[in-house]
Design a protein around this ligand. Structure first.
Ligand code: AMP
Ligand code: MG
Length: 438
C-alpha cells in the first residue's frame, strides 16, 4: 500500500518549488517537484538474510550484543602485559600456556602472573590481565621462554576490543539502507536470521507509438522495433523493483486507457515512453490527462525535454489508489537520460531508500564542447585514465537523442550543469559513471 494520507495537489506542490516554470523547468526544480510528489511504500516484510540483498531496510537494526563479544587477539603471537615491556633490550617472559580461538571460558590459563605470557591465536579471547599481543614473528623462542626485542610492540597493540565493531544497543544499520553484501555480513555477525524490509515497489511500464513493432514481428516501412521497453527493463531490474510489462500499446484511446487503468490498479508507478512531445498527434497525452492529475513539462535539459508527470487514478479502486506517472519522451537516449536524471532517485525514494547521491568523477574533456547556459546537458562519454593517471573523458560520436549507440559505447554521462557554458579542451567536467549504478 502506498501512503493513505490525502496527497497534496500538483498545484500545491508546484507552489512549494522555487522558480517553478513548467515551460522551461530546470532539472533541479523538476527533481524537487518529483521528490515532493512521490509517496513511499508502507508494507513491511520479514526476509531471510540472503533474500534481503538489494532490498531496503524498513527499521533500524539495533545491536543486541557486543561484536566482538570479548577482547581478543588480532594476531597469532603471545599475549602479555604491556607494563612488563622493557624500554631497552629484550623483555624475557615465561610462556604460561596457550589459548586458541573459540576456547573462551576453557582457556588455560585464563590469566598469567607478571613476567608471564600466553601463546595466543588470532580471534582467541585475551586472558585476564593481558592487554597486548606481540606477533610471533617478532619474538625469539627459547624453550618455554620468549624474548621480545625492544620497540617491536607497544602496550595495547594487536588487541581487538569488545564491542569495537558494534556495541550493544547501538544502531548497526539505519532504516532506509539498501542492503549490500557487507550489511548482510554485519547482520549475520549479530546473529540476525531475518530482517524487516519494505515490500518491493511495483512498476508498470509500456511503450506507445503506432510506428512501434515488437521484436519477432515483421518491420514494415516506416516502423521501428520497440527498444525502450528493453532499456527500461534493464534499468528497472537494476533497481530491484517488481516489474509489470504492459507491452507496446497502440495509439488508440481505449487501449491506452486500459493500460493506464491496469497500471493504476496494480502498480505504484507507471513509466511510459513516447507521445508526450508538444504537437504530438497521438492520443497519449489526452488519455493521461483524462485519467488523472497530470502536468506536461518542458524540462530545460538535453536530451529529454518533454515529460509528463503526475498521478494516474483508477475509478475502480474504492481506496483511491493511484500510480505515479512518469511519461518519458520516446527517443531512446532521452528515455535513458530522463530515467537516470529524474526517475531513478524517485523510485528509490518510493522504495523507502534514504537519499544517496551517486558519486561523480571529475575528468578532463579531451576536446572543446559547445554548451548553452540555461539547460542541463547529458552527453555520452568514454572515461579513461590519461598517462599521468588522471581521468579524462571523450564524447562518443553523434549525440542525437535517437542514437542509442552513443549510450551503448559510453561508460558514463558527462553532466554539463544548468548554468555552465562552453567547455574548453582540457577543462574538468563532471561525469556520472555507469558502473555502480544499481
Ligand atoms: P515521440 O516522443 O513519441 O515523439 O517519439 C520520438 C521518437 O522516438 C520517434 O522517432 C519514435 O519513433 C521514437 N520512439 C518512440 N518510442 C520508441 C520505442 N519504444 N522504441 C524505439 N523508438 C521509439
Ligand atoms: Mg510518438
Amino acid at each position: 500500500m502506498t501512503e493513505r494520507t490525502l496527497p497534496q495537489s500538483l498545484q500545491e506542490i508546484a507552489s512549494c518549488v522555487n522558480g517553478y516554470d513548467p515551460k522551461s523547468l530546470p532539472v533541479a526544480q523538476a527533481r524537487e517537484f518529483i521528490a515532493r510528489l512521490v509517496p513511499r511504500v508502507r508494507a513491511v516484510e520479514m526476509l531471510a538474510l540472503r533474500s534481503a540483498l538489494g532490498r531496503v531496510l524498513a527499521r533500524d537494526v539495533v545491536s543486541p550484543i557486543d561484536v566482538p563479544a570479548h577482547d581478543n587477539s588480532a594476531m597469532d603471537g603471545y599475549a602479555l602485559r604491556g607494563s612488563d615491556l622493557a624500554a631497552d633490550g629484550d623483555t624475557l617472559l615465561q610462556v604460561a600456556g596457550s589459548v586458541f580461538a573459540g576456547q573462551a571460558g576453557q582457556a588455560e590459563p585464563a590469566s598469567a602472573a607478571p613476567g608471564e605470557c600466553v601463546r595466543i591465536m588470532t580471534g582467541a579471547v585475551m586472558p585476564a590481565g593481558l592487554d597486548t599481543v606481540v606477533p610471533q614473528e617478532f619474538v625469539k623462542v627459547e624453550g618455554d621462554r620468549i624474548a621480545v626485542p625492544a620497540g617491536v610492540v607497544r602496550a595495547g597493540d594487536n588487541r581487538r576490543l569488545a564491542g569495537e565493531d558494534l556495541a550493544r544497543g547501538e544502531v548497526a544499520l539505519a532504516a532506509g539502507r539498501v542492503l549490500r553484501p557487507a550489511d548482510l555480513g554485519m547482520l549475520a555477525s549479530l546473529g540476525q536470521a531475518e530482517v524487516p524490509v519494505w515490500r518491493r515497489l511495483r512498476v508498470a511500464f509500456f511503450s506507445t507509438g503506432d510506428e512501434l513493432r515488437s521484436i519477432g514481428e515483421a518491420l514494415p516501412a516506416g516502423c521501428v522495433y520497440d527498444s525502450n521497453r528493453y532499456t527500461l527493463w534493464g534499468m528497472l531490474v537494476r533497481l530491484d523493483v517488481e516489474l509489470i510489462d504492459l507491452g507496446v500499446v497502440r495509439d488508440d484511446p481505449e487501449a491506452l486507457a486500459a493500460a493506464f487503468r491496469a497500471a493504476a490498479r496494480d502498480a505504484d508507478a507507471v513509466i511510459t515512453s513516447g507521445g508526450v512531445s508538444v504537437g504530438e498527434a497521438d492520443h497519449t497525452k489526452a488519455v493521461m490527462a483524462s485519467l488523472g492529475d497530470v502536468l506536461f513539462w518542458r524540462i530545460a535539459m538535453r536530451p529529454g525535454r518533454p515529460m509528463a508527470i503526475g498521478r494516474i487514478g483508477n475509478a475502480d479502486n474504492a481506496d483511491g489508489h493511484h500510480a505515479i506517472l512518469f511519461g518519458l519522451p520516446g527517443n531512446p537516449v532521452a528515455v535513458m537520460v530522463t530515467f537516470y536524471a529524474l526517475v531513478r532517485d524517485a523510485l528509490l525514494a518510493m522504495s523507502g531508500a534514504t537519499a544517496h547521491a551517486l558519486p561523480m568523477l571529475r575528468a578532463a574533456s579531451t576536446a572543446a564542447i559547445r554548451k548553452k547556459p540555461g539547460r542541463t546537458e547529458y552527453q555520452r562519454g568514454i572515461v579513461t585514465r590519461a598517462d599521468g593517471g588522471d581521468w579524462q573523458v571523450r564524447i562518443t560520436g553523434s549525440q542525437g537523442s535517437g542514437i542509442l549507440r552513443s549510450m551503448s559505447e559510453a561508460n558514463g554521462l558527462v553532466v554539463l550543469h544548468h548554468a555552465q557554458g562552453n567547455v574548453a579542451a582540457g577543462e574538468l567536467v563532471d561525469v556520472l559513471p555507469f558502473d555502480g549504478l544499481i
